[in-house]
Design a protein around this ligand. Structure first.
Ligand SMILES: Nc1nc(=O)c2c([nH]1)NC[C@@H]1CN(c3ccc(C(=O)N[C@@H](CCC(=O)O)C(=O)O)cc3)C=[N+]21
Length: 348
């Protein structure tokens, strides 16, 4: 089960502060460090742990955002007597999908949202699923609709996603939302959650984007393409590399910001990373590990130790982008409810 999608995260220091601080406070000559390490660990050299100052703590940042959302929800209930509502539709019984759906519903409860759920059998017909989506489209208690992907093979993902009312499309997957994202001077109603989470991590860590070179690895509709558009909107110079790109590693190694969303476990090794670059790892892959309780552990699309040795900041997996995806889903749902409360809702 090597589902790929995202996440990681961690610390509350900026990229520039992190790297400058190390340079300013630890001016030890290299040989002195080597000598000190040798004295402390005379036997097998243990891998140097990644310092906390390099970690982008996605879980902590997502917790902060969820706290901010809870405050807004309480205010909205007071002022407008309105509670944001999210509907999550799950088809079939994929273990990973069930886990994600459970954490989405839990997150809703924590910030004071209403959550609605429909679980359908894997052999449900496309028509029945469409009917569920249409009922949620018409339900005024529901401000966001998420149909958990992937869907079973016999159902057209396109047909289902296109049926979600654009003003409840909190995943931001509707072509009208993606189209607006791609056009200067336009503003989509919703930005897809994982790409939005990546940018939020960069911004909260005060990583400069404007004028920087960014490399996005992967061109999927849900992550690679929209995250590239978001970086470009913030005036980065963006290169997207993918499975058919000759010399992807060389291109990546020139980037100040790397977003890895290729869906291949630990593909991006340290030699892809320019010294001081900021690395956002969107991958989530299960890797066999007999020493782990479950027999596997989660790894990203980035080989963490090697990349961390070069990077100024890096997101871990888990605990990086993953928790941010859920926080951004809540934020999109809140924004949707706010539009309704203020009478700004657009009609489909
Ligand atoms: N319509 C739709 N929208 C989605 O946003 C969507 C989807 N379908 N299908 C599947 C992917 C996957 N996804 C994740 C969300 C949170 C974590 C997450 O919170 N991960 C934690 C925990 C990981 C774990 O322990 O399993 C972490 O990385 O720290 C991961 C993955 C949303 N997806």
């Amino acid at each position: 089960m090597a589902s790929s999608f995202h996440r990681q995260s961690a610390a509350n220091r900026s990229a520039t502060r992190g790297s400058h601080r190390v340079a300013a406070i630890v001016p030890l000559p290299h040989h002195a460090v080597v000598a000190a390490v040798a004295a402390a660990a005379p036997s097998a050299p243990a891998p140097t742990p990644v310092p906390a100052s390099k970690l982008i703590d996605g879980k902590a940042i997502a917790d902060t955002i969820r706290g901010e959302i809870a405050v807004e929800v309480a205010a909205m209930k007071q002022q407008y007597n309105l509670t944001p509502g999210l509907a999550v539709v799950l088809v079939g019984a994929r273990k990973d999908s069930e886990t994600y759906v459970r954490s989405k519903k839990k997150a809703c409860a924590e910030v004071g949202f209403d959550s609605f759920g429909t679980d359908l059998p894997a052999d449900v017909s496309e028509e029945e699923l469409l009917k569920v989506v249409e009922d949620y489209n018409a339900d005024p208690r529901v401000h966001g609709i998420l149909v958990q992907l992937p869907l079973p093979k016999h159902i057209s993902e396109k047909r289902i996603l296109d049926a979600i009312s654009i003003e409840k499309d909190v995943d931001g997957f509707h072509p009208l939302n993606i189209g607006s994202l791609a056009m200067r001077g336009r503003h989509p109603l919703f930005v897809p959650c994982t790409p939005k989470g990546c940018i939020e991590l960069l911004e909260r860590m005060k990583v400069p984007i404007s004028g920087r070179k960014a490399c996005v690895i992967g061109r999927s509709n849900i992550v690679g393409m929209p995250v590239a558009l978001l970086l470009q909107r913030r005036d980065a110079t963006v290169t997207i590399v993918h499975s058919k790109t000759p010399d992807a590693q060389r291109i990546c190694s020139e980037a100040d910001i790397v977003v890895a969303a290729c869906g291949v476990a630990e593909m991006v090794t340290g030699d892809w990373i320019k010294p001081g670059a900021v690395v956002i790892d969107v991958g989530i892959n299960a890797k066999d590990d007999p020493s782990a309780k479950k027999g596997y552990r989660l790894v990203g699309d980035v080989e963490f130790e090697g990349a961390a040795a070069k990077a100024s900041l890096i997101t871990p997996v888990p605990g990086g982008v993953g928790p941010m995806t859920i926080a951004m889903l809540l934020q999109n749902t809140l924004e949707s409810a706010q539009r309704v409360a203020k009478g700004e809702s657009v009609t489909h």
